[in-house]
Design a protein around this ligand. Structure first.
Ligand code: ASP
Length: 469
């Protein structure tokens, strides 16, 4: 079939032409000698009429069809599909891959199915219209965000995946080193330190769509890995970062047709949020706006820098040796009026951080801060958490060193993009916003991980698995 392929949506512009279309058999109806097929590709779906029995054509088989595009008579027009004004008279067809019966329906929204079945056959689950729409919207949203940042002179820079523990307040995923048995890399909980070092390096405006990995307890809206828009800027104050991020978010939301409640995001101090809403994330929509899928973004600022360690939280106990640990990010600077207190280690409970959180419809949609860019300030933060000079040096000595070699004032943010997509799509599980999410029990979609490895692999890594009884 030596013709150019026509996408199904474009057939409406080719009345009476012969076309070659390719796709999946969405539905098939036998009417005696006539066979009706709805053929589906990435652009749409079209009815094809075959004057032959097409017995071997099973639903979801991949086929190519050569046929003539016919205008449908007025009363036969199907207003429910974009190609409802035409149908294809099949002249020839070829099966490119015959499909066996699928283990799950894909013509529903899928929410009636178990997570196990949906994730085991995620490549089929993704064929359904709802998932196609979400994943394509995710791509458009990411594109819009990249465009908004590039337009503002940001540079897209990758940072390593095999790295060192970053103190983001969660447990690390560790990767054993084969070359140095007994030593481990940590997968990044975020690119926090590398993005700050890029400010030392003089890039001034950085972004990255970054994968972050945190070995935390799983929840409906939290997986082991997530995607964030990671941003850092030099020579800025809190208001500069918030303004830039707000502009970028608004442009991107509008690019995918999202409706904003506020053109200027309200800025709410932490104390006010707690007294008014009882939490630092809240939903500012009215009931009607909830039904309309409106997006209510807001900022929360003036958080306490430190909190008392929760003894049940292993990461907090590890980080907060003195009984104090950071509420958000140890690399943050305090608000300027608290700098003295932090440097002296006084009035700890009182110190406020430059942290700003972006809240959306009751969820945390991002967070960042102006950073400590002097070695003294970062050292003071670690001292409050009970680190000796040596311990601080061991943990963040490389940052202190960089700070002493011309690191400009800087700050940034990370936006939880999976959550943005989930909310934009009107879904309430993060898994609906991710092509291949992990199951609630921490297993990978389609592939069977985590799984055992061979004795040779373990030996090479100098590891031994101790069976628990
Ligand atoms: N690194 C922080 C996080 O991932 C965000 C930031 O402060 O930029 O939560």
């Amino acid at each position: 079939m030596d013709m150019d392929r026509t996408y199904i949506l474009d057939t409406t512009k080719k009345i009476d032409d012969q076309v070659l279309i390719k796709g999946w058999v969405d539905t098939k109806r036998d009417h005696g000698k006539l066979t009706f097929i709805d053929l589906r590709d990435k652009s749409g779906i079209v009815q094809c009429v075959g004057y032959q029995k097409m017995g071997e054509l099973t639903v979801e088989s991949v086929v190519e069809i050569v046929g003539v595009v016919k205008a449908r008579p007025e009363k036969m027009i199907n207003p429910n599909i974009a190609t409802g004004t035409v149908e294809i008279d099949v002249q020839e067809y070829r099966v490119l891959n015959k499909a066996q019966e699928l283990p799950l329906p894909i013509d529903t929204n899928g929410l009636e199915l178990s997570e196990e079945v949906r994730l085991r056959y995620r490549y089929l689950d993704l064929r359904r219209q709802r998932m196609q729409k979400i994943i394509r919207m995710r791509s458009e949203y990411f594109h819009a965000m990249r465009e908004a940042l590039i337009k503002r002179d940001f540079v897209d820079i990758e940072t390593p995946l095999l790295t060192k523990s970053t103190m983001e307040g969660a447990r690390d995923f560790l990767v054993p080193s084969r070359f140095q048995p007994g030593k481990f890399y940590a997968l990044p909980q975020s690119p926090q330190q590398y993005k700050q070092l890029l400010m030392t390096a003089g890039f001034e405006k950085y972004f990255q769509i970054a994968k972050c990995l945190r070995d935390e307890d799983l929840r409906a809206d939290r997986g082991f890995e997530f995607t964030q828009m990671d941003i850092e800027m030099s020579f800025v104050e809190r208001a500069d970062v918030m303004r830039t991020v707000e502009e970028v978010v608004k442009e991107s939301v509008k690019a995918v047709g999202g409706k904003l409640k506020f053109e200027d995001f309200p800025i709410i101090p932490y104390d006010e949020a707690i007294s008014k809403y009882g939490a630092d994330k809240f939903d500012l929509r009215t009931d009607e706006e909830k039904r309309e899928g409106v997006l209510a973004f807001a900022w929360v600022v003036d958080f306490p820098f430190f909190k008392k360690v929760d003894r049940k939280d292993a990461a907090e106990v590890r980080d907060g040796k003195s009984g104090w640990t950071f509420t958000h990010n140890p690399f943050s600077a305090p608000l300027p009026e608290y700098a003295e207190d932090l440097l002296k280690g006084e009035n700890i409970a009182n110190i406020r951080t430059s942290q700003y959180d972006l809240v959306l419809n009751g969820y945390e949609a991002g967070g960042g801060s102006i950073r400590a860019h002097s070695a003294e300030m970062l050292e003071a933060t670690y001292e409050v958490m009970g680190y000796t000079k040596e311990e601080t040096e061991r943990s963040v000595g490389h940052m202190l060193e960089a700070f002493r070699m011309g690191t400009p004032p800087h700050g940034g943010i990370a936006l939880g993009l999976d959550r943005h997509v989930m909310i934009l799509a009107g879904e309430d599980s993060l898994k609906e916003a991710i092509a291949f999410p992990m199951s609630s029990t921490g297993r990978t979609a389609v592939m069977d991980a985590p799984s055992e490895v061979s004795a040779e692999q373990l030996k090479e890594l100098g590891l031994e698995v101790i069976e628990e009884d």
